[in-house]
Design a protein around this ligand. Structure first.
Ligand code: VTB
Length: 316
């Protein structure tokens, strides 16, 4: 599994390169289509017996990288794969920060098969591992994390996506004296950043996409952090979809090991536009592309940043 890290790196690099011409274009379908195509082509060159468990959607809605699609050459390790060819499609086509491309992988059966719906997510770094409980009020979690991180409440930083649905919690946290840092898009980045020491973030909380939650859980595992979650079906149809996918009590708390069951996991991400962890793609006068990527390894718990120069992809 770990030997596949650089193969997966090429997958996110190629998807980021393919999406880059669409930055600022307003064309979401084109950007997503090209990133998905590049991701799939590159994945299909790797010697794995891969299966997409989190992808672009169901076969009916997504022609490529749909849930259940077999990828890779078919030879080699059985791997379950979660992809997001563009995390932050709006940010990409609006020329804003916070777009990147990401893949997470684990041995067959190790990733939660999360349906495309909302998920409540709580993430902390290594020092507060084992201390959080999504079944207790958020303010109690903030208190416990402050103690684990040896901080006064006034110095605690909580990251929350800027959404109306989060306003009650934002108010609660500020009322107890802690700091709330709001972000606009892309909750995988911020969940991951919570587990990287030099970012000095204590806790990530909020409701975002469930597929993004599972991808984040892999990165959090690789960084020795902790995550808990809860699926939030918004309709009978979504509830039934959970049950169909093997989640019998969708309202139950999901522990980190329910989201990702193995340390034998990998996560790679490449920046399209800049975010707090990664530079966006840079081009030079000859239109060579420089990519900036992150590789996380669940067994060694290593974090590696990789910068790579790619020859002008538009010259045949
Ligand atoms: C979430 C989050 C993603 O979009 O899915 C969010 O997980 C959608 O939230 O990272 P809204 O329904 O409130 O727009 C992202 O931020 C970006 O894809």
């Amino acid at each position: 599994m770990q030997n596949l890290a650089f193969d997966f790196l090429k997958v996110t690099e190629q998807a980021a390169i393919a999406s880059f011409p669409w930055v600022g274009s307003g064309k979401k379908l084109k950007a997503d289509g090209d990133a998905t195509n590049a991701m799939r082509n590159t994945l299909n060159q790797i010697n794995i017996n891969g299966r997409i468990v989190i992808g672009e959607g169901e076969l009916d809605d997504a022609p490529m990288l749909y849930i259940g699609e077999q990828v890779g050459t078919g030879f080699g390790t059985k791997v379950d794969i979660a992809v997001d060819p563009i995390e932050g499609t709006n940010s990409t086509v609006n020329g804003q920060d916070n777009a990147f491309t990401v893949i997470a992988a684990a041995p067959s059966g190790a990733l939660l098969h999360a349906p495309d719906m909302y998920m409540e997510k709580l993430v902390v770094g290594a020092k507060a591992k084992g201390k959080i409980d999504i079944n207790t009020p958020l303010t109690e979690n903030v208190q416990v994390v402050a103690e684990a991180n040896n901080k006064d409440i006034k110095d605690v930083k909580v990251l929350i996506q800027k959404r109306e649905r989060h306003s009650k919690w934002i108010e609660e946290i500020r009322k107890m004296g802690a700091k709330v840092y709001l972000f606009d898009e892309g909750d995988i980045t911020y969940a991951v950043a919570t587990c990287i020491d030099d970012q000095e973030i204590d806790l990530f909380y909020g409701i975002g996409g469930a597929p993004e939650g599972v991808v984040a859980a892999v990165a959090v595992n690789c960084l020795n952090g902790d995550m808990q979650a809860r699926l939030l079906p918004q309709s009978r149809k979504e509830y039934d979809r959970c049950v169909e996918m093997g989640i019998n009590n969708p309202g139950n708390a999901l522990r980190h090991s329910d989201l990702i069951k193995s340390d034998e996991c990998l996560f790679t991400a490449t920046g399209i536009t800049e975010n707090i962890l990664l530079d966006g793609i840079k081009t030079d006068a000859e239109s060579n592309y420089t990519t900036h990527s992150l590789i996380l390894n669940g067994e060694s718990k290593q974090l590696r940043y990789v910068k790579c120069k790619h020859p002008n992809p538009h010259i045949a």
